[in-house]
Design a binder for this molecule. Structure first.
Ligand SMILES: [Zn+2]
Length: 410
C-alpha cells in the first residue's frame, strides 16, 4: 500500500495513442491526492494506452480496450413483453428510482474508461404471478458490457479480498451448507448455478458433495478452478448442462435475480433434479422489511437485478414446476457483531482501497489506485448502518433481506 502523500507527489499519468505522447500531471507536489477524481474528469481518445507511474518507481500500463469518453458505453433499455417467470403479459406499474449500480462500478474504473451513464429502474408487478420485475430493462448487449465492467474492475477487487472470502465461506458453512445437509442428509452430486469463484463448491466438498459449478464469467471461473480445484463450467445453463445429467442437489445462490429468463432456468433445472433431489434458491427478499421500507431505493434494486421475488412468488414458481416446498425462510445470517465488523471493513475499503488493475496479463498487476472518499460518504455510511438494522430486526420475524426457499422433487 502506498501512502496518500506518496501518490500525490508522484502521481503522473501519460496517455499514448501511438504517435503522440501527452503527459498530464494529476496534482502538483504536496497537493491533496485525488487520483480517482482526476481520472474521472480526464478526456482520453478511444483506444488510448495509459501509463500510470506509482510511488517507489512502480508503474503500470492500462489498455483502455473499452474505449474513451468519445465512445461511451451505451446503456440501452428494452421493453419486457411478458413476465419473465410466468409469461403473463399483464403487469401494472410498481415503482421507480434512479439506479445506483453505475455509481458503484464507476468508482473502480481505470483511466480512459468512460463512466457508465445512469439509468432509471422502473419496476412493474406481474398480474399473473405477482413477480416484481424491471420493465424496461437493459438489453442483453448493455447488460453484458455492464458485467464486463463489474467483473473486470469492481467485483475483481471483492473476490480477491481475503476478508470477503472468509466472510462468504463462513456464511456458506454456517448457513447454506447446514440448510443443504438438513434437506439432503446424504451427500451426492451437486450443481451450483452462478457459482462465482467456487467457494460453496469447496465448502460442500468437505461434507462429501461432488460438485459442479456453472459460472458466466471466464476469469472468475478460472480463478475458482485454480484456487479450489473445483469443476467449474463456463457458459449458459443450456450450453453447460447436458439433457441427461441429473443432480441430487441444485443450488442457486444470488443467481436468479440476475437471470433474464428465470422461469426458463427453473424449468430446466427442475428437470435436472434426480427423484428426491433438492433445490435451494436464495434471492433478495422483496417481501422483507428493508424492501418494504425502502421501496425502489432498496439497496437490491439495481439495473442488473431483473426480478424481485416475494416468498410466495418464488415458492409458487417452484411448485408450478412440480417441486414440493420444504422450507421458506428469511431470517438473519449474521450476528450484530458481524454486522458492525462488516461495516468497519467496508468503511476501510472506501477510505483506502486497493484496486487491482484490469486485464490480468499486463504489467499493471499489483498496481494500486486509491479511490478518494466521495463527498457525503460518512452520512451514506451512517444511513447504511441504520438501514441494515431494519434488515436485522426484520430477520427476527422472518422478514430479512435474504430469502431461502428449499424445494424437493417428489
Ligand atoms: Zn408472472
Amino acid at each position: 500500500m502506498h501512502s496518500s502523500r506518496g501518490w500525490a507527489r508522484r502521481g503522473v499519468a501519460r496517455g499514448s495513442s501511438g504517435r503522440t505522447e501527452d503527459a498530464v500531471r494529476l496534482r502538483g507536489a504536496g497537493a491533496p491526492p485525488a487520483p480517482a477524481d482526476a481520472f474521472a474528469t480526464r478526456r482520453m481518445p478511444p483506444g488510448v494506452r495509459v501509463r500510470v507511474c506509482l510511488a517507489r518507481g512502480r508503474s503500470a500500463t492500462y489498455h483502455c480496450a473499452v474505449g474513451g469518453p468519445t465512445t461511451r458505453i451505451e446503456q440501452s433499455l428494452a421493453p419486457v413483453d411478458a413476465c419473465p417467470v410466468c409469461g403473463s403479459p399483464r403487469a401494472a406499474p410498481f415503482d421507480s428510482a434512479r439506479d445506483t449500480l453505475a455509481d458503484e462500478i464507476n468508482r473502480y474504473l481505470p483511466p480512459g474508461v468512460a463512466p457508465l451513464e445512469q439509468v432509471t429502474n422502473n419496476r412493474r408487478r406481474c398480474g399473473g404471478c405477482g413477480l416484481v420485475y424491471l420493465d424496461p430493462r437493459l438489453d442483453s448487449r448493455s447488460l453484458s458490457r455492464l458485467y464486463e465492467l463489474w467483473y473486470g474492475y469492481a467485483y475483481r477487487r471483492i473476490f480477491q479480498d481475503d476478508r470477503h472470502i472468509a466472510e462468504r465461506r463462513r456464511e456458506f458453512e454456517r448457513h447454506h451448507l447446514r440448510t443443504l445437509d438438513r434437506a439432503a442428509p446424504e451427500a451426492g452430486t451437486l450443481l451450483d448455478v452462478g457459482c462465482g469463484s467456487g467457494i460453496f463448491l469447496a465448502v460442500a466438498a468437505r461434507s462429501g458433495w461432488r460438485g459442479v459449478g456453472v459460472e458466466f464469467d471466464p476469469a472468475t471461473a478460472a480463478s475458482g478452478r485454480l484456487a479450489y480445484g473445483v469443476d467449474i463450467r463456463c457458459g449458459t445453463l443450456a450450453q453447460t448442462i447436458a439433457d441427461d445429467e441429473r443432480f441430487d442437489a441444485i443450488t442457486l445462490f444470488d443467481y436468479l435475480e440476475h437471470s433474464a429468463v428465470p422461469g426458463e432456468d427453473l424449468s430446466l433445472l427442475a428437470a435436472r433434479l434426480a427423484p428426491g433431489g433438492v433445490m435451494l434458491v436464495r434471492v433478495p427478499n422483496q417481501g422483507g422489511w428493508q424492501a418494504r421500507w425502502m421501496g425502489a431505493r432498496w439497496v437490491n434494486v439495481i439495473s442488473n437485478h431483473l426480478s424481485y421475488f416475494e416468498p410466495q412468488v418464488l415458492a409458487g414458481a417452484l411448485r408450478k414446476r412440480g417441486l414440493q416446498i420444504v422450507s421458506v425462510r428469511a431470517g438473519n445470517y449474521r450476528s450484530e457483531w458481524q454486522i458492525v465488523r462488516g461495516h468497519w471493513h467496508w468503511l476501510g475499503q472506501r477510505l483506502g482501497a486497493t484496486v487491482g488493475a484490469p486485464g490480468g496479463t499486463s504489467p499493471a498487476d499489483g498496481a494500486t489506485l486509491r479511490p478518494s472518499a466521495a463527498p457525503g460518504a460518512l452520512s451514506r455510511y451512517l444511513n447504511s448502518v441504520f438501514v441494515e438494522q431494519i434488515d436485522h430486526v426484520g430477520g427476527w420475524f422472518g422478514r430479512g433481506n435474504n430469502l431461502m426457499v428449499v424445494a424437493r422433487r417428489p
